[in-house]
Design a protein around this ligand. Structure first.
Ligand code: THU
Length: 135
């Protein structure tokens, strides 16, 4: 993946924080994915007065790509307003492992901290479709 693509993806994730609907936590997260056809899909976290219904930014971005028929995701960037990079919640790790298994994962904060990781590093020994076909 070209550095230009990485920078563009990071820019989209940062911009997506403004699309977050986070009136309860006031913790705005932005995420963006790059599909193999070169398209970028982004989103912010979307909360609800019924708190458990909140949807993380990562899943908003990934599901947006899938909803557009883009199912080969090359990279995912996630931006959090934390002092160091944060890392995706358990639910997002499960979704990333299945829907973006080959994606390069880029975690960032707003002050220059950056960490590159992978779906397998985020969720080692995860449950997946292979287990369903192995009963
Ligand atoms: N959140 C995300 O969107 N992504 C993460 O990686 C961590 C948490 C959201 C969920 C909720 O809206 C708020 O941040 C506080 O947990």
């Amino acid at each position: 993946m070209a550095q230009l693509d990485v920078n563009t993806l990071i820019g989209a994730a940062i911009a997506a924080r403004n699309l977050a609907y986070a009136p309860y936590s006031r913790f705005q997260v932005g995420a963006a994915v790059l599909s193999s056809s070169g398209r970028i899909f982004s989103g912010g976290n979307i909360e609800n007065a019924s708190y458990p219904l909140a949807m993380c930014a990562e899943r908003v971005a990934i599901y947006s790509a899938y909803a557009a028929g883009e199912c080969e995701l090359q990279a995912l960037a996630v931006v959090t307003p934390t002092s160091d990079v944060a890392s995706p919640c358990g639910a997002c790790r499960q979704v990333i492992l299945e829907l973006a298994p080959h994606a390069r994962i880029i975690l960032l904060n707003l002050t220059g901290a950056i960490r590159y990781t992978s779906p397998n590093e985020l969720l080692p020994y995860g449950f997946g479709p292979a287990q369903l076909n192995d009963q």
